[in-house]
Design a protein around this ligand. Structure first.
Ligand code: NAD
Length: 518
């Protein structure tokens, strides 16, 4: 059996803290969640180590193809039970899931922080958002309406919303708890069973969410988790005809591979992929507020965020002053122990991503960008056990022109590329100059210009004088390379149901059978 080493987070108290948190919830170790139990895999060993300190934490066995098969068999049974459950009962159970998650916010946040290295102040907010997701979609579970449709002749014709059956949600490592809730609450409300395939790097919080949801009343097999590698478990699940629909959150390359594999089996997909979002600042903006916004846009989550405002386009008249303000704020951000509530920036969650971020900074500098922030890590990291972890100092690179790789390549780390622009048209062209179309923002006090720019930038989400607010009630998703389909808002219930049309004659004798050769 070969071995793969992956980092997860922990604290200055090191792997011992992460191990203690894991042992409290998973005394038998990590595995898949099937029919209400954690089941050990039998595949390749996956080793998890700390992002904060690089110490080894634990390992688990990949579920493999055999494990994926068992998960799906359970989910098919769960889907039948759940679809047959009265929608009012489904709503009541999902409300109970919301209440249970809300009551375990602190515990879920600690687990997520200990196993990813994300700051606890962020994971507390994310856990609360997951409770909100279940509460919001619980409200829709008993309100999935059809239509009665007038047609020529004597017919009663109506539509019904029908669940797909089993929805597979493949999620990334940057926000395992949040994305586990984001891509399961809506399909569950629509009457589907859900299998979440979390990233092999970060399965713990998703497993705990499934345990809590099961404890709150979801029947066996309705919310399963398949734990392991994308190349084994992910690939086995994606093309399996027992899956009705696939939602995928992750990188563009993997997303496309998943979409091709699903399509080959006739399975539709929702893809939420990466981004290279532009944050456009005009000279008339409230520059203090815009600078605060620009810092949180790219540095929260240490930049490991799909909507990160990783390009900062500033009108030339205020460019130098504005970049200095952003750099000064970036230098004040507090890096440190992920479980310390004062910590604002955590480490890079995975080893490969750490290598990607550090090499993209080098590539950006080699292509002519200038550092506006110091390169050295602060004493809070270098002077502690964190020194061996995967830390990247919040980095502002200025003079990132259109030929610089940082203009179009997603970094997914705490790095923003800044540049000056002269005209609104130039700023919009730069914003639209990548294949991505996930998000963006404009900062200006000119209302007409704000809306003009909002309309002109090709992005699924756009903020005016703000950044990064998202809510489960509002549609979220990308254009172009950032994906297709939406994963929130009421419209997502259409993603997770199919429409059935039912015809019945109201006067049998008078209703001719049409001769359509359709
Ligand atoms: P990734 O594409 O490497 O992996 C995502 C998931 O796909 C993981 O669970 C992985 O195991 C699985 N996977 C890998 N190969 C597979 C296969 N052949 N079949 C099925 N599943 C497979 O992405 P990542 O590195 O985990 O996450 C980072 C990326 O996610 C970034 O590009 C980021 O922008 C994107 N992201 C997007 C959003 C969004 O909402 N648009 C949100 C978060 C992250």
């Amino acid at each position: 059996m070969s071995s793969t080493t992956f980092p997860t987070g922990s604290t200055t108290s090191g792997a011992a803290t992460a191990r203690a948190v894991l042992a409290a919830h998973f005394p038998q170790g990590l595995g898949s969640f099937v029919d209400g139990r954690v089941v050990a895999g039998r595949g390749e060993t996956v080793t998890l180590s700390s992002a904060a300190t690089s110490e080894q934490v634990t390992d688990y066995a990949d579920a493999g193809r055999e494990g994926a098969d068992a998960v799906l068999a359970s989910s098919v049974r769960g889907a039948e039970v759940w679809a047959a459950t009265d929608p009012f009962e489904r709503a009541a159970i999902l409300r109970e899931v919301a209440r249970t998650v809300a009551a375990h916010t602190e515990e879920l946040a600690a687990l997520e922080s200990a196993t990813t290295g994300k700051p606890i102040r962020d994971t507390r907010g994310e856990a609360a958002k997951v409770a909100e997701m279940f509460g919001y979609y619980a409200g829709w579970a008993d309100k999935l309406l059809g239509h009665t449709i007038p047609v020529p002749g004597n017919w009663h014709t109506y539509t019904e919303r029908v669940p797909w059956g089993v929805v597979l949600a493949v999620t990334p490592w940057n926000a395992p708890l949040f994305t586990g809730g984001w891509n399961s609450a809506a399909p569950l409300a629509a009457g589907n069973a859900v299998v979440v395939k979390p990233s092999e790097f970060t399965p713990a919080a998703t497993l705990r969410l499934a345990q809590l949801a099961h404890g709150a009343g979801l029947p066996d097999g309705v919310f399963n988790v398949a734990t392991g590698l994308g190349s084994t478990v992910g690939a086995a699940l994606t093309g399996d005809p027992r899956v009705g629909k696939v939602s995928f959150i992750g990188s563009v390359g993997t997303g496309r591979r998943v979409a091709v594999a699903a399509a080959a089996a006739g399975i539709p997909t929702v893809l939420e992929l990466g981004g290279k979002s532009a944050n456009i600042v005009f000279a008339d903006a409230d520059l203090d507020r815009a600078a605060d916004g620009a810092v949180s846009a790219v540095f929260s989550g240490a930049g490991q965020s799909c909507v990160a405002g990783s390009r900062l386009l500033v009108e030339r008249a205020v460019h130098d002053e504005f970049v200095a303000r952003v750099a000064e704020r970036a230098a004040r951000l507090r890096l440190g122990d992920p479980l310390d509530p004062a910590t604002e920036i955590g480490p890079i969650i995975t080893e490969p991503q750490f290598t990607t971020v550090t090499s993209l900074i080098e590539a950006g500098l080699e292509s002519g960008a200038r550092r506006a922030t110091a390169a050295a890590l602060p004493e809070s990291v270098t002077g502690s056990a964190l020194a061996a972890g995967r830390w990247v100092v919040p980095t502002v690179l200025d003079g990132v022109g259109t030929a610089n790789p940082l203009e179009t390549t997603e970094v997914f780390g705490p790095v923003v590329g800044a540049d000056a622009f002269d005209t609104e048209a130039e700023a919009v062209a730069r914003a639209n100059g990548t294949g991505f179309g996930l998000a963006g923002a404009v900062w200006t006090q000119d209302v007409a210009r704000a809306h003009h720019v909002a309309r002109a930038v090709r992005a699924g989400t756009f903020w005016i004088n703000s950044y990064k607010t998202i809510h489960v009630a509002v549609p979220f998703g990308g254009f172009g390379d950032s994906g297709h389909g939406r994963s929130s808002g009421p419209g997502v219930l259409d993603e997770y149901t199919q429409t059935k049309a039912v015809w019945t004659p109201t006067r049998a004798a008078g209703s001719p059978f049409p001769s359509l050769s359709y």
